[in-house]
Design a protein around this ligand. Structure first.
Ligand code: NDP
Length: 449
């Protein structure tokens, strides 16, 4: 076990997020390897941690001043053992190979948990859409797709959105793909409704995350009704997490972006959420403006010198980190526990550091890893692919119902796998084990490829 970690640290020095994600999975699946010696013999860990393909490319584009800019584009095709590669595109200045490899690796297990046939991938660019005009974003997306189109396809690799990639970017990317290939296929998910998108896709990650939380609370004979919740982020996942919490009778008191967070003791109600959606999705403004409109709320600027994020230091029952990786560290987790938290459900990918997870588990907090709790987004992407293949559009209720069933099934799968391998109630171990076994068995069936 240590050998594989040493191996990737030597082969890929400096890829700390990737090492972190691999370490977590490798630790969880040790009992599976002990029970199945053929897995070690067939070097499944060495194979599953090596991407099937890494594509790295130049993305030149022209800004509104006529100056030439150059960004770096990536696509990590991690595993196609159980289906075509599938996973989002992230446009954010922090994007690098390590972050995308960790996300692609996580995606392999997440997609396996959804019950649908999808392999794992991730991609993106260090391009920052913030502050760019629509025309600049369009020109960038077109240049990005001018290379990516060679490597993707409805039965090969189907990208989607992630941080910085929403309906606008998917539209520009799809338009360019269609022009270059002269075909209208379901090559991207997260499309707009009028041209192949699925109802509930924008809502799916947030809604699914809250459905998962409700299932977890149900194991302790309780629900979200009347619970106070902390939510971070204010993008796609955060917005629909808040929406579903409100529908299920909970109260949300925080939201954030990379500049800072707002605390609204009275609760972010439906009207306030609609305001946030307009603020973030249409005006693309900062969350700090919330306190100009709702003066009872308090805004706190982000301060990386503090060593913790005060957002996680408010009295609450449940926490939904929905911004980015490693946003809850050990100190934040200790603060959450001290403030009475009983559930942490990850809307973002890997938002809790390993030390934070240890604190939560040691204190019997219900903890759901992102690869299980946020799988609703890719699950409905899978449903969008199915509808595209059939040239059909399912009604909202049907997609939402399928999403609920999938989240319930993921929840049950995690609990069953955790119990079978001696860690009852540990959703992290359960998610890693169940995803791993499904993918590895498919790899073994298909031989050394
Ligand atoms: P969006 O771009 O819509 O929103 C991201 C939010 O997180 C913004 O509020 C952003 O603030 C904030 N954020 C991003 N980076 C940082 C940072 N370094 N520090 C603090 N805040 C930050 O993305 P999504 O809502 O789609 O994604 C959020 C998380 O959910 C990501 O981890 C993503 O991988 C995960 N996820 C998303 C899925 C989806 O369907 N969209 C599916 C599964 C997981 P700012 O505007 O200032 O950058």
């Amino acid at each position: 076990m240590t050998d594989i970690l040493k191996l990737i640290e030597t082969k890929d020095p400096g890829e700390k997020e990737f090492h972190q994600a691999v370490k977590e999975v490798v630790e969880s699946v040790k009992p599976v390897l002990d029970r199945n010696p053929e897995y070690r013999k067939m070097a499944v860990l060495e194979r599953i941690t090596e991407p099937e393909r890494v594509i790295l490319f130049r993305v030149p584009w022209v800004d509104d001043q006529g100056d030439v800019r150059v960004n770096r584009g990536f696509r990590i095709q991690m595993s196609s053992a159980i289906g075509p590669y599938k996973g989002g595109l992230r446009f954010h200045p922090s994007v690098n190979l390590s972050i995308l490899k960790f996300l692609a690796f996580e995606q392999v297990f997440k997609n396996a948990l959804t019950t649908l046939s999808m392999g794992g991938a991730k991609g993106g660019s260090d391009f920052d859409p913030k502050g760019k005009s629509d025309n600049e974003v369009m020109r960038f997306c077109q240049s990005f797709m001018a290379e990516l189109f060679r490597h993707i396809g409805a039965d090969t690799d189907v990208p989607a959105g992630d941080i910085g990639v929403g309906a606008r970017e998917i539209g520009y990317l799809f338009g360019m793909y269609k022009k270059l290939r002269n075909e209208f296929t379901g090559v991207l998910t997260g499309k707009s409704l009028g041209w192949g998108g699925s109802l509930i896709r924008p809502e799916a990650t947030g809604y699914g995350c809250v459905y998962f939380a409700a299932e977890m609370l149900n194991t302790r004979n309780t629900s979200l009704e009347g619970k106070t919740c902390l939510v971070s982020g204010s993008g796609n996942v955060a917005q629909y997490t808040v929406e579903k919490i409100l529908q299920l009778g909970g109260k949300v008191v925080t939201l954030s972006d990379s500049s800072g967070y707002i605390y609204d003791a009275a609760g972010i109600d439906r009207d306030k959420l609609d305001y946030v959606k307009r603020l973030k999705n249409i005006r693309r403004a900062r969350i700090m403006e919330y306190v100009d409109k709702y003066s009872e709320a308090v805004y706190t600027e982000a301060d990386s010198t503090l060593g913790c994020n005060p957002l996680w230091d408010h009295r609450a029952d449940c926490a939904f980190p929905c911004a980015t990786q490693n946003e809850i560290n050990r100190k934040d987790a200790e603060n959450l526990v001290r403030q009475g938290i009983s559930l942490v459900c990850e809307g973002a990918n890997m938002p809790c550091t390993p030390e934070a997870v240890d604190v939560l588990l040691d204190n019997k907090v219900l903890y759901a890893p992102g690869k299980a709790a946020n799988a609703g987004g890719v699950a409905v992407s899978g449903l969008e692919m199915a509808q595209n293949s059939m040239r059909l559009n399912w009604p909202r209720e049907e997609v939402d119902n399928r999403l609920k069933i999938i989240m319930r099934s993921i929840h049950r799968t995690c609990l069953d796998a955790a119990a079978e391998f001696g860690t009852p109630g540990n959703y992290l171990a359960g998610a890693n084990i169940a995803g791993f076994v499904k993918v590895v068995n498919a790899m073994l069936d298909q031989g050394l490829v």
